[in-house]
Design a protein around this ligand. Structure first.
Ligand code: DGL
Length: 274
C-alpha cells in the first residue's frame, strides 16, 4: 500500500485525457499533474529539446514525492530513452508501450495505422515496438500536425456542425492513405486525438479499432501498481494541477480533456528551476 500520488505529465493540457482514464480506473489514487503550458507544443521540436524538457518535467514530479510517473505525452514517450527511465527512483510508464501492446492484441490482419505528432512519427517508436510485437506487421504511419490546434480551438467531436465540417476535411486529407492501406487498427498516438475519435471512427469505418493511448496506459499503470503493492487504500483521491504558464484559461480548456472529471485550480511553477 502506498498513498503517495501518481505523477502524470504532458507538454500541455492534452495529457488530461490520460488523467480522465486514471480517475475512472483508479478513483482512490491522488494524482499530481504537470502540464508544460509555457513550452507547448513539443511535437514540432528537436529530439534534444524534447529530451531536456522531459527531464525537467520528471524532476519536478519527483520533487512532489510521487510513487510512479506516467508520461501521458506521445511525443515524450517516443523520445525519452528506456535506459534512462530504468534509472529513475520510481517506476516510469510511457503511453507508447501501452498503446502498442493494446494495438498488437487488437489487430487481426496485422495491418496497423499510427498517427501522431511530427516528432512521434519521425522517431519510429511505434513501428519499432509493433514490429517486435506483431511479426510481419504492415504499418502505415503519418503525422497529423493540424489535429492539435483544431482540438485546442474546440473543433472536436460534438462541437458545432460547421466546426466539425472543417475537422472532417482535415481528417479525410490526413487519413486517406491509412484508410486505403486497409488497416484494421489505428493508434491515436497523441494526447489530443481521442477528442476526435468519433469523427476519425466515422471516416475509418466501424471495422477499424481505434487505440486510445491514455486508456491503455491507465490499464497498464493500474496493473503495475497492483503488482508492486503500490495501490492507495482510500476510496476517493484528489488531483492537483500544475502548469508552467499563467493558469487563467486552465479550467475551461482542461474540462474539454477531462470530460466528466472536472478540473479545478492550477498552480503555476517555474519549470526552468528543475
Ligand atoms: N502532447 C503531445 C503529444 O501527445 C501533443 C501536443 C504537443 O505537440 O506538444 O504528442
Amino acid at each position: 500500500m502506498d498513498n503517495r500520488p501518481i505523477g502524470v505529465f504532458d507538454s500541455g493540457l492534452g495529457g488530461l485525457t490520460g488523467v480522465r482514464e486514471l480517475r475512472k480506473q483508479l478513483p482512490g489514487e491522488d494524482i499530481v499533474y504537470f502540464g508544460d503550458t509555457g513550452r507547448v507544443p513539443y511535437g514540432s521540436r528537436s529530439h534534444e529539446t524534447i529530451l531536456q524538457y522531459a527531464r525537467q518535467d520528471i524532476a519536478f514530479l519527483l520533487s512532489q514525492n510521487v510513487k510512479c510517473i506516467m508520461a501521458a505525452c506521445g511525443t515524450v514517450s517516443s523520445t525519452y530513452p528506456a535506459e534512462e527511465a530504468a534509472q529513475l527512483p520510481v517506476p516510469y510508464l510511457g503511453v507508447v508501450t501501452a498503446a502498442a501492446r493494446r494495438a498488437a492484441r487488437a489487430t487481426r490482419s496485422r495491418k496497423i495505422g499510427v498517427i501522431g505528432t511530427a516528432a512521434t512519427i519521425r522517431s519510429h517508436s511505434y513501428e519499432q515496438l509493433l514490429r517486435r510485437l506483431v511479426p510481419g506487421a504492415e504499418i502505415t504511419a503519418r503525422p497529423c500536425p493540424l489535429f492539435v490546434p483544431l482540438v485546442e480551438s474546440g473543433y472536436v467531436d460534438g462541437s458545432a456542425p460547421d466546426r466539425q465540417q472543417v475537422t472532417r476535411l482535415v481528417i479525410a486529407q490526413y487519413l486517406e492513405e491509412i484508410r486505403a492501406a486497409g488497416v484494421d487498427t489505428l493508434v491515436l498516438g497523441c494526447t489530443h486525438y481521442p477528442l476526435l475519435a468519433g469523427m476519425i471512427g466515422e471516416y475509418m469505418g466501424p471495422s477499424v479499432t481505434l487505440i486510445d493511448p491514455g486508456s491503455a496506459a491507465a490499464d497498464d499503470l493500474s496493473q503495475l501498481l497492483s503488482s508492486k503493492g503500490l495501490r492507495a487504500n482510500r476510496t476517493q483521491g484528489t488531483t492537483h494541477f500544475f502548469v508552467s504558464d499563467v493558469p487563467d484559461s486552465f479550467v475551461q480548456t482542461a474540462d474539454l480533456f477531462l470530460g466528466e472529471y472536472r478540473g479545478g485550480t492550477a498552480e503555476q511553477i517555474c519549470i526552468d528551476k528543475y
